[in-house]
Structures are given as structure tokens and as C-alpha cells.
Design a protein around this ligand. Structure first.
Ligand SMILES: [Ca+2]
Ligand SMILES: [Ca+2]
Length: 431
């Protein structure tokens, strides 16, 4: 039995399946982002400085601008000894995740540091996550999962106490209650299949955003629509073998009876295919793994021209990448509207099917390997035979991830550095 809650409790009242037109869950942008660009502080002695986000205290710390400072833009924070960089203001919207860029200053030795949070305006502090080590002369991204509601502020402390100096920059804090926009690895903590992040909150207690984390894929299921909201899975050559397609389409026996499901009869004679989201052919290592893709909870009513045409060719092309050694993270589902068709006992037909694919170059890579040059493929394909030719080239359906986020209200790749998301989600793949 799954009792996990992913994403954020604050959004559960407006689960994404509640209203086909509800896009209120479009993930918020980073709600605090501090790059030190607005301030000046050239001495280490403790003093407050006004930055873009508000007032910060820099103690044994300054704003570095030299060629030995590692920075984004023209300035970054520099800390020595047991110095601290501290917010002197509160956020009232809690914190979901915090990401911070860090590196060593000049040719100094590596330094350790930690992120601390306070929910009583700085009276007491608690370390968030693990101590980090700044060890390189270029920025690494440290991601912290906070998930605290209410009043909160943060402090960065150098912990090794040595005279070596470290730089920090681009401090990004997301609101608590948004499913994404930040780093943090919430998705990876749930499953390798959601390594890139949870697209929208889901839990075992939300019928229209019911979380099902299976060995082969993770999904959020919508009992009102009787189709998944989204299905997320990892694909690489380790999932690919010689198991034959099992074809045992069936009701999902891992679901509680309280989750309304489609039946085989709903699809029979409907004019739509039982369209896999996680494809059968992506899970061919074992019989059990293949059978898991034939749950009706992994299906949407899919137009034959879509499913057997460009959708299928794209699936094949992605497996070719996996067989060639790439690591892929794929999320698929449908878009809906007030006028979406239904079949059978109210199984809702997506207006379009979407897919978001992150292509990494070697197996085992995760969010930290995603850069602004990472290939990301987004597609949206019409899901009525009259609107799509079976011989159409899938490449012609490519769109930005931003466009799919706008159409679905989800935040894809939400565990990727927000600055990187901004770039890769705006781009339409052209490879
Ligand atoms: Ca900066
Ligand atoms: Ca996103």
C-alpha cells in the first residue's frame, strides 16, 4: 500500500484532475532568487547590505567582484572562516526547495558549508539537509529539499572554520506548496522513474491525483477521467530484453476499489485504441515488467492514427537512443478540456497526447547532469483520427515543454535547476 504524499499538501484541494480547465497549478516560478548583483560590500566585517530580494547580513563575508571570485553576472557572495550570509527578512510562503551555486574562491582549498533555516525570524536555526563541500573552481549546484510552510528565512554558514574562501551565488527558493520550480530531488526520493521531478502533487488519498509508484513506472491517476494524469518512467538499455509482448490488458489489481477504473468493455468498439503511456516495448526484460504496462491504468483512449502512427515511431526512436547508451526520462499523458470526448462508462479521451523526454548521455545520470544544452523533446499530438495522419512525421509535433506545461498545468522537470529549466523548457527540439 502506498502512503506517500508527493508534491505539496497545499495544492491538494485543487488537484489537477478536479477541473479540466483548471490551470491554477501551473508551478510558480522561483519566488526568491538572489544573485548578489544589486549590492556592494567590500569588507569582511559583519554588516547588513541591501540586495535585490531584501536586506542580508554578511558576517566574515562580502560581495566578491574580482577575477578570483566565481560568480554569475558580476558579483557573488564570498565567505571565509566561520562566516555567514543571512536573510534579515522572512518569506511568508514557506519553502519547497532551495538551490545554491557554490565553488571555491581562486585557488583556495575546498570548504564545507551548510544551509540553515529559521522559522522564528532568526532566533533559532536548523540545518537543512547535509553539509556540502565547495571543491571546484566552477559552480556546482547544491539542492536542498525544505518543504516547510509558513514563515521562514535562510542562512548559509561556512562550517570548516578555515581561512579558505568559498563563493556562493544564485540562491533560489521556491514556495512551499508548489510542486516544482526548484531542485531538491523530491522526485528521485520517490522513484528513479521520477528523477526529473514530480509533475504535480499526487497521493494515495487524492482520487483524481492518485499516486501509483510501480517498479516499472510512476503515475498520477485520475478516477474521474479513468485515465492517468501523467506517467513517468526511466528508459535505458537495462529495461530492454527479448520478452514478448504479453497483451494481457486488464484492470489494475494494485489499485484500491475506491479508485474508479476503466474496464475492457469501455474500450471495446469505442473506435479508440488502448494506448499505452509507458509502452510495452519499453519493458521487455521480464514477463512481469512487460505485464505491468498492460494495466488499463497505464492507458488512455488513443486515436489509431496517433497511436499507430507518429506516436509509435517516436517510441521506437526513443528506444533506439536507449539502445545506443542514452539515459532517458519520459513523461506522457493527455490534455483535456470541457469538451473532451468520453467512451464507455465515462473514460475521458484526451484532446491531445503529450510526451516530455530528457535525453542524457550515460546511464545513471540524474538532474545534476541536466544543463542548458541537454536535449529535451516535447511533443503534443492531436488525438482524433481526423486531425492527424498516421503517416505524419512525429518531429512535426514538437513543441516546447513550456507549451505542454501551459496546456496541462503541470511543472515538468521540476527537480532541475530552475535556471536550467527556464532554458530547456523554452526550446523546441530540432535535432
Ligand atoms: Ca551573481
Ligand atoms: Ca518545469
Amino acid at each position: 500500500m502506498i502512503s506517500l504524499l508527493v508534491g505539496a499538501t497545499g495544492c491538494l484541494g485543487a488537484a489537477p484532475g478536479d477541473d479540466p480547465d483548471d490551470t491554477s497549478e501551473v508551478a510558480s516560478a522561483v519566488s526568491t532568487s538572489e544573485g548578489f548583483e544589486a549590492g556592494t560590500k567590500a569588507a569582511y566585517a559583519a554588516a547588513a547590505v541591501t540586495l535585490g530580494t531584501g536586506s542580508w547580513n554578511l558576517d566574515d563575508a562580502l560581495i566578491g567582484t574580482t577575477t578570483s571570485d566565481v560568480l554569475t553576472g558580476t558579483r557573488s557572495g564570498r565567505i571565509r572562516n566561520s562566516g555567514k550570509i543571512t536573510m534579515l527578512f522572512d518569506r511568508s510562503t514557506g519553502a519547497g526547495t532551495v538551490t545554491i551555486h557554490h565553488a571555491v574562491f581562486g585557488t583556495d582549498a575546498s570548504g564545507t558549508w551548510g544551509l540553515f533555516s529559521s522559522q522564528n525570524s532568526g532566533s533559532t536555526w536548523t540545518q537543512v539537509g547535509a553539509t556540502r563541500t565547495a571543491s571546484g573552481s566552477t559552480f556546482s549546484t547544491a539542492t536542498f529539499t525544505v518543504n516547510l510552510a509558513g514563515t521562514i528565512r535562510f542562512e548559509i554558514r561556512k562550517l570548516d572554520g578555515g581561512t579558505n574562501r568559498i563563493n556562493v551565488d544564485d540562491i533560489a527558493v521556491t514556495d512551499f506548496g508548489t510542486s516544482g520550480g526548484g531542485g531538491g530531488g523530491t522526485g528521485a526520493a520517490l522513484s528513479k522513474h521520477t528523477t526529473m521531478g514530480i509533475p504535480a502533487p499526487a497521493s494515495s488519498s487524492t482520487p483524481n491525483a492518485f499516486l501509483s509508484a510501480k517498479s516499472g513506472y510512476v503515475e498520477s491517476y485520475n478516477a474521474s477521467r479513468k485515465v492517468p494524469n501523467w506517467v513517468s518512467w526511466e528508459l535505458n538499455s537495462s529495461y530492454l530484453g527479448s520478452t514478448a509482448r504479453q497483451d494481457d490488458f486488464r484492470v489494475d489489481d494494485t489499485f484500491p476499489s475506491s479508485e474508479a477504473q476503466a474496464a475492457l468493455a469501455d474500450y471495446s468498439g469505442s473506435g479508440y485504441d488502448r494506448g499505452h503511456m509507458c509502452p510495452s516495448a519499453d519493458r521487455t526484460l521480464t514477463v512481469a515488467a512487460n505485464q505491468q504496462t498492460f494495466y488499463l491504468t497505464n492507458m488512455v483512449p488513443q486515436a489509431a492514427h496517433n497511436n499507430e502512427g507518429p506516436w509509435a515511431v517516436m517510441e521506437n526512436d526513443l528506444r533506439d537512443l536507449a539502445n545506443a547508451g542514452d539515459e532517458l526520462f519520459i513523461i506522457a499523458g493527455g490534455t483535456f478540456s470541457a469538451s473532451s470526448n468520453t467512451i464507455g462508462s465515462g473514460v475521458v479521451v484526451p484532446d491531445k497526447t503529450f510526451k516530455v523526454v530528457v535525453v542524457l548521455s550515460s546511464v545513471g545520470q540524474g538532474v545534476s547532469a541536466v544543463t542548458t544544452s541537454t536535449r529535451v523533446i516535447g511533443v503534443m499530438m492531436p488525438n482524433e483520427d481526423a486531425q492527424i495522419s498516421q503517416s505524419a512525421d512525429w518531429h512535426t509535433f514538437r513543441v516546447s515543454v513550456d507549451a505542454i506545461e501551459a496546456a496541462t498545468g503541470y511543472d515538468f522537470l521540476s527537480d532541475v535547476d530552475p535556471a536550467v529549466q527556464a532554458v530547456i523548457e523554452a526550446r523546441v527540439d530540432n535535432q
